[in-house]
Ligand binder design. Sequence first.
Ligand code: B1M
Length: 834
Amino acid sequence: MTRLADALARKILVLDGAMGTMIQAAGLGAADFGGERYEGCNEHLNVTRPDVIRDIHAAYLDAGADVVSTNTFGCAPYVLAEYGLADRAHALCLGAARLARQAAGERFVVGAMGPSTRSITVTRNVTLDEVAAAYEVQAAGLLDGGVDALLLETAQDTLNLKAAALGVRRAQSAARRTDVPLMVSATIEPMGTMLAGQGVEALYVSLQHLGLFSIGLNCATGPEFMTDHLRSLAAIATCWTSVYPNAGLPDERGQYGETPQSLALKLARFVDEHWVNFVGGCCGTTPEHIRAIARLVAGKAPRVPAAAEPQAVSGIEVLYPNDDNRPVFVGERTNVIGSRKFKELVVADRFEDAAEIGRAQVRASAQVLDVCLANPDRDEAADMDRFMRELTRRVKVPLMIDSTDGAVLELALRHCQGKAIVNSINLEDGEERFERVAPLLRAYGAAVVVGCIDENKQQGMAVSRQRKLAIAERSHELLTRKYGIPARDLIFDPLVFPVGTGDANYVGSAVETIEGLRAIKARFPECKTILGISNVSFGLPPAGREVLNGVFLYHCTKAGLDYAIINTERLERYPSIPEEERRLAEDLLENRGGDPVAAFAAHFRDRVKTVVPRDTLPLDERLARYIVEGSRDGLLEDLDAKLREAAPLEIINGPLMRGMDEVGRLFNDNQLIVAEVLQSAEAMKAAVAHLEPHMEKADSATRGVIVLATVKGDVHDIGKNLVEIIFGNNGYRVINLGIKVPPEDLIAAYRTHKPDAFGLSGLLVKSAQQMVVTAQDLKAAGVEIPLFVGGAALTRKFTATRIAAEYGGLTLYAKDAMDGLDLANQLFSAVTRE
Ligand code: B1M
């Protein structure tokens, strides 16, 4: 363990405070900076007025800082170039590190490197190589000056961080100082993400490959707005965490509002909840702030890092594939081999339109996009470069880079802020591809698809379950032990073969794939699996393909499939497949009967879809069926018919909700996929929108103002929107904050709208937990208005024992929207408020 790690295991370490504002306060003139030309270049003071910088370090150390950071925030050569000092970057870093070292004695020095003035993703005015080179120079100077750790701080763009880390690693190798830890501190803007779009979880996952020493937050807002982000980081990070906020948000005159005492008071929660290992101050903080922080943390127990790395991938957003959300759908249309339309757009150089295909797939619920530009008639690398430039502006989901060419893979990875997936490597040519791709995974951070193929010339692609498992075992051993790839980043592809082409080699292969998958999952529970589903039906009539794909997917999902490469728009809903067709598909997959291929093909060659005509069903059943099938064809006419015999709310709570419950049941049983549930949700929304004008509206004065929100991490909004309508029709003014609402947005809404109550909605089990956290944050912000909570995963008991226990005001569980309204009416009498 390094000396620094040893200290962190024992106590919370105090970082120093602001450098820039302290320099400002020193009242320096042009001469101090070395002449007018350099005025404002704080880093130049390291050589022109080292005494000033040393005094600032000394003041912080005297106040109780355990760690001081070097005066090198703006030492990237292209930043120093503004003063004509580009070639002095190394010297200024070296001087700064020596100064801090002299001042710190036995205490610690971190070499600070700011974000620079350029961003690869946001302003696009710098390249990855330029950033890497700039940080290599800075890190080299800081290492030569003897720092204990290197810190990339105030980060706003994860791609800059990845590039900077490449430079830092080069400098460390050159100086033979790979033992010096790397720390990262990001800046989350008031909108809840870094400037380039990632939130803290995506950031952490995107940097997992760096084996960071610490990760944390600084600058931007004051401490309050950091609460939720810091809590999330503290929960997932296996490394140490840090926080050093500004002394509040600067006002219009640039003044910071937090006094030493008020800042320490706000940081107290972070310390008491064990979210931090380093605490300090950023802009506007002074030695007095640090003195108060040192007093605050004295004797307090440090945070214990998380036990296990999260298993996740990321784009701008993070994705945790797990048992609740598998299989994750990988869109296959941004692939020149899989989509003719995409290929044609690329050939026509219409890259913006080609990238729109990616966006459309995400709208159609793809959670990852497979990207393949391998057209033998074109320059794959150039196409990949142009396409990635457009795609990364348009989608937030993780990307799967599909190429056999290592150079193309690297080029694509250089566009990814997030942790992408490389598709794929295998042992077809022995370890050659492992050797080529593993360094890319380590340099840029990515998970990898490992195909069950080896160098065996006769039977390279594994067909039997035994060979699939044997190749997976060999690949796992090599990749984790020899090539240093963590097991959590391996995604095994047991391979899918067409069962309907008559090729004798693949007869019965679907069952082998399903069983091979099951065996790999059992052997390597820490790894994931993936299949290209549509391959199974290659060569069959189109209508039959959709059915076979649907049935095969269902069985693979039951066997534990994690990722499915598929066109979600071309998939037959499993529950809607007639019994007879399911049987034909299963016969073919399992190779049952005399000639299952012929029977299947004959049925679908001239198939007329047999659907029970809706109008033969009773009206209520028809209404429920629209929801189950996600269809709107005839829905509005039938709703009008039903309106003649029932009130709108009875229709919603009756047949429509029965349909939704059935959707939930089928979904739970893997018979429906997310894309299909989404269509059901759209049908439900259309029905509610149609019924809304027919609902009775109470002609009352405003009873109160309610702020409604679906909690952070949850996208379900049908119930919440229904609550909005019902409350709105009954005398309440409703402010609907939407979905995935973090606690700080609720607190901000409380201050802006001064509501009488909050209504929180959440349907996932984790949302119930999120409500507890939200209640804690509301309480910490001094909010005490009544809090209504509702949603499928909640119970009255959980509300009373877990949520109410954490909240400062009245907490009420609403079973449904009408129950919520009754409770609200009991609380608020009809007084005019406006
Ligand atoms: Co999801 N989903 N879903 N889903 N989904 C459930 C909730 C689930 C139970 C399905 C299942 O497995 N059987 C399950 C949760 C399991 C769990 O957590 N243990 C689940 C899952 C797993 C998921 C995903 C993880 C799936 C995946 O990605 N593979 C994913 C999660 C995404 C996320 O949130 N991060 C996901 C996604 C989706 C869709 C996007 C596809 C879609 C939502 C679309 C949308 O809302 N715009 C969807 C749907 C539709 C459902 C089901 C089928 C239906 C939900 C619904 O709309 N119910 C649902 C299963 C089910 O509940 N049967 C399911 C109707 C609605 C009117 O009821 O919201 O409960 P409800 O609201 C009621 C009351 O609760 C109350 O009044 C409302 C009206 O009477 N109420 C309040 C609610 N909030 C209130 C606030 C108040 C007062 C009353 O304040 C005053």
